[in-house]
Design a protein around this ligand. Structure first.
Ligand code: FRU
Length: 326
């Protein structure tokens, strides 16, 4: 067969410091294992938009055939992503958007819908009446902006539901632990907290517990990761009431990138769907994700076996060649 063209994919990741991002990377690596001809480079911006700009600039200098980017904040990262696009480098936006239309494809959840679904679920849970507090993701990042917009819009459809307070965060649990106690004390009637991810939701639970209010306040998170510390387990353990599934989309991002590189048809918008995970379906979700992960391990085992067989075959070829030459 004709040798496949070598491609270099550069992945500019806003942070690689949490289980959700690591699941994203694992998904990418799984899909990349079917494309050994691809060179894959990741740069971790560690939540710094300035570092992310610099790292994308480095990618442009080093030379890449396609850029995948999860933008730490929309505004500051937009110009450099536009520059890449304008230089003719295809751009796949993954999960966190820029403010620009200049990109080749988007892969990720619809965060407006995540917020709306959370609001409708909250209203259902509280019978249309209650006080709600929102813990937002980092200001300036597109999922925080869109989750809030969707949540506030949909909540406004219920006259008995009030959004009484908002707490900002940097997406990580410690920021909730410092900010939430005072706000929660000011609002003794809060019935429900919508937290923009499950790490923040766990922090909110810990604060409620400190204040002796964990029975009174229901908590809704986002992500729904499998595994011992993921959102699915938090729901199963009754620590949070529910979570909105938000898939990391690593596999889908690589699949879209490969279609673009190989000039195959692709969609510009590739939305990943969301759903509520609560006590009614958490066991099903848990069993299914466990099954999926054991199947993925099987795939990895088979790939290793295949590699070993290829190596054995290659060395046998060498022996045959040496014998024939003798
Ligand atoms: C992971 C994360 C998720 C969240 C997503 C939003 O880094 O904080 O918890 O859903 O990013 O971009």
């Amino acid at each position: 067969a004709a040798p496949k063209r070598q491609y270099t994919i550069g992945f500019s990741q806003c942070t690689n410091g949490d289980a959700w991002r690591q699941a994203m990377l694992a998904g990418m690596q799984k899909e990349l294992s079917f494309h050994p001809e691809v060179r894959f480079r990741m740069k971790d911006a560690r939540y710094s938009s300035a570092l992310q700009q610099q790292q994308i600039r480095e990618f442009l200098r080093e030379g890449i055939d396609l850029l995948i980017v999860s933008a730490n904040e929309t505004e500051p990262v937009t110009p450099i992503v536009e520059e890449a696009y304008n230089r003719g480098i295809p751009v796949v936006i993954l999960d966190r958007r820029t403010t620009s239309k200049l990109y080749t494809a988007y892969v990720g959840g619809n965060n407006l819908e995540v917020g709306q679904t959370a609001a409708r679920y909250a209203a259902g849970l509280l019978g249309g009446r209650g006080q709600v507090l929102e813990v937002l993701g980092a200001p300036g990042s597109s999922p925080a902006i869109d989750r809030h917009r969707g949540f506030a819009q949909a909540l406004a459809e219920y006259p008995g539901m009030q959004l009484v307070a908002r707490v900002n965060s940097n997406w990580e649990r410690p920021s909730v632990l410092t900010q939430l106690p005072a706000v929660l004390r000011q609002h003794p009637e809060v019935d429900l907290i919508f937290a923009h991810n499950d790490r923040l939701a766990l922090g909110a639970y810990q604060v409620c517990k400190q204040l002796g209010r964990e029975r009174q306040v229901r908590i809704v998170g986002v992500d729904g990761l499998p595994g011992p510390h993921g959102g699915i387990q938090l729901v199963q353990d009754g620590i949070i009431n529910s979570t909105l599934l938000y898939s990391p989309g690593g596999e889908e991002a690589i699949r879209t990138a490969m279609r673009i590189l190989q000039h195959q048809p692709f969609e510009k918008e590739n939305p990943l769907s969301t759903m509520v995970i609560d006590s009614t379906n958490v066991l099903t979700m848990k069993l299914q994700t466990e099954k999926l992960s054991s199947q993925q391990q099987d795939i990895r085992r088979q790939q290793r076996l295949l590699q070993q067989q290829r190596a054995t075959y290659a060395s046998q070829q060498t022996v045959l060649y040496v014998l024939a030459a003798a």
